[in-house]
Structures are given as structure tokens and as C-alpha cells.
Design a protein around this ligand. Structure first.
Ligand code: FMN
Length: 312
């Protein structure tokens, strides 16, 4: 019985404070159809005998299938499998369509590419209020060692293990030094490395990084009044101020028409080459992370810029 002072929504939110992995639990129903759902109620129970548990909502369409099943499989999802989590969290007719499946004990469907997988014999079923708790004896398991998908507060979270981050940097936890781990140092190094290929094109056109930002800003809003130059210079983080503009005018990259500034065809050509180089660098960066991680990284950086700006 739910106490009237007991707010279900707040209870659910409070439970969401507990970060979990995400699993897909699968089995076959009495008619031989594959069934499965996303579940984060998974947990370890016993080492000897090896046992795990998870719980299934009594309201779930999948309940009859799991109640009668002698076997089921738990797939711990990797950080690359968010779409699989979403697919198995919906009431789609065929959640398994297009998946490359193999079979485990009792013919349970097995999905590849997970962080770990446990094939279980249904050992116990317990009443768990509006859920049924399934305890499985693990018959066989595999582990890929990939980073797990994490769920917290109703959303997916990116896992960042400090030991992994340090070892990618050639460091162990013993030689951890704050200076090398300083966020400013890491941002600076990442920028230096990422910018290298763009810098080759800049050197070719004898442009500085500040020139690049300045010309990009100008190309996005051609015809700037020279009186508004302060904004442009600030946008370019240029230190030399108007001297920078004079130099670019002298170099034939900016043209003065009346009191407005325009970029020249030469600058437009250089910007096109720079943009191509930047796109290829970004594609290279995107290869080292998921689309979700890249988006999250950009959002974090934008927030950081905002939070650390003079007004922020
Ligand atoms: C991250 C996440 C964790 C979930 N965990 C559980 C769970 O542990 N038990 C459960 O019964 N439903 C859980 N669900 C909801 C089911 O995945 C969802 O109700 C089910 O797939 C609906 O499909 P169906 O209509 O085939 O039952 C979870 C959903 C998400 C997104």
C-alpha cells in the first residue's frame, strides 16, 4: 500500500540517484518467439554458485514468457550500444529485426558486441511487489572488456575512468601529477594536436590562428563597420587589436570600403582550404569517439566557455 505522503515520483527520482549499467535480457516464449527488454535492475548475487538477479514489471507483456522460461540471457551493454538499449526499451513488434544472433542454452537469443553476457538457468522467481524478481544461475558467460553504458537519473551517462584516461596519456596512477592533469593543460594539448593539420594550411597562407578566427568571423558577417571592430577582435581573441586588421588589409585579405570591412577573394579561397582541413580533422576526431560522445564534448566545451567567460 502506498502511503499518501509517499510520492511515487520522488521515490523514483531518489532511486535514480543510484547509477547502474544497462542490460538487455532475452529469452524465448512458449511459441518459440524471441523476446527481450532493456533492464537496469540487474545485480550480482552469489559467486558460488554463480548467481545474478533482475526484476521484471508485472505489467510487462514479457512476463508470461519469462515466467515459463527455463533459461534467459543477460547482456551488459557497452557504451556503444545506446541505440540497442533504446530499441529494447520500446514495445516494438520485432525488437530483434536485423540483429546478428547466436543461440545459448534453451535456444535463448544471444546478441554480439556487448560488454559482457551471462546465459542463465532460471533458479528462482520471487514476489517483488509490482515486479517479479528473477534469480538466474549462470551457466556460461563472456566478457569483452569494453566500457559499459551507464544509466543515472533517467539518462545515459558517459563513463570516464581516471585510470583509463591516465593510461591513454602514458601515465599510471602513481605518476599522476596535478599539472599534467590540469584541465587547462589537457585542453591546450588537445587543441595543439587537433589543430596541427589546420596549422599546415595556415602556414601555407602565412596566416596566424588569430587571423583565421578573425577572417572566419568576418566572412560570417561581411561588411562589418570598422567602429564595431572591438566585437570582432574579441571574437577572434586577437591580442594585437586593430593592428591585426591593418596587417590583413596590407596582405590583401581584407578590403576597406568606406568604413566597412570585407574579406577578399584571396581570403575566401584560404578560408575554403582551412574549412576543408578542419572538416577532415573533425572526421578524424569523430573516429575516436561515438557521435554521442562528440556531441557531449562540444556541449561541455560550450558550457565551459560560457561558465568561465567574464559575464558567466
Ligand atoms: C534504462 C532502462 C532500464 C529499464 N529497466 C527495466 C527493468 O529493470 N525492469 C522492467 O521490467 N522494465 C525496465 N525498463 C522498461 C522496459 O525496457 C520496457 O518497459 C519494455 O521494453 C517495454 O517492452 P514490452 O512492451 O515488450 O514489454 C527499463 C527501461 C530503460 C530505458
Amino acid at each position: 500500500m502506498v502511503d499518501s505522503t509517499f510520492d511515487a515520483r520522488s521515490f523514483r527520482d531518489a532511486l535514480g540517484s543510484f547509477a547502474t549499467g544497462v542490460t538487455v535480457v532475452t529469452t524465448v516464449d512458449a511459441q518459440g518467439h524471441d523476446v527481450g527488454l532493456t533492464a537496469n535492475s540487474f545485480n550480482s548475487v552469489s559467486l558460488d554458485p554463480p548467481m545474478i538477479l533482475w526484476s521484471l514489471a508485472r505489467a510487462s507483456r514479457n512476463l508470461p514468457a519469462f515466467k515459463q522460461a527455463d533459461h534467459f540471457a543477460v547482456h551488459i551493454l557497452s557504451s556503444q550500444q545506446q541505440s540497442l538499449s533504446n530499441r529494447f526499451a520500446t514495445s516494438k513488434a520485432d525488437k530483434f529485426a536485423g540483429l546478428d544472433l547466436s543461440r545459448g542454452d534453451g535456444g535463448v537469443p544471444l546478441i554480439d558486441g556487448c560488454a559482457a553476457r551471462f546465459v542463465c538457468r532460471t533458479a528462482h522467481q520471487y514476489d517483488g511487489g509490482d515486479h517479479v524478481i528473477f534469480v538466474g544461475e549462470v551457466l556460461e558467460f563472456t566478457q569483452a572488456g569494453s566500457a559499459p553504458l551507464i544509466y543515472h537519473g533517467g539518462d545515459y551517462v558517459l563513463a570516464a575512468r581516471i585510470a583509463d584516461a591516465l593510461s591513454a596519456d602514458g601515465m599510471s596512477t602513481e605518476d599522476y601529477s596535478f599539472d599534467q592533469d590540469f584541465v587547462g593543460h589537457l585542453l591546450g594539448r588537445a587543441r595543439f594536436q587537433i589543430y596541427q593539420d589546420v596549422r599546415v594550411v595556415l602556414d601555407h597562407h602565412k596566416l596566424s590562428e588569430a587571423d583565421h578566427v578573425l577572417l572566419s568571423a568576418l566572412s560570417a558577417r561581411d561588411g562589418w563597420a570598422e567602429a564595431d571592430m572591438d566585437d570582432l577582435i574579441e571574437a577572434a581573441a586577437a591580442t594585437e587589436g586593430t593592428a591585426e586588421i591593418d596587417r590583413l588589409v596590407y596582405r590583401g585579405m581584407i578590403e576597406r570600403r568606406g568604413d566597412a570591412l570585407w574579406i577578399t577573394d584571396a581570403a575566401r579561397e584560404a578560408l575554403k582550404e582551412l574549412s576543408d582541413a578542419a572538416k577532415s580533422v573533425e572526421a578524424h576526431v569523430a573516429d575516436s569517439m561515438t557521435a554521442h560522445e562528440l556531441l557531449a564534448l562540444k556541449n561541455r566545451l560550450r558550457n565551459l566557455i560560457h561558465a568561465t567567460s567574464a559575464e558567466g
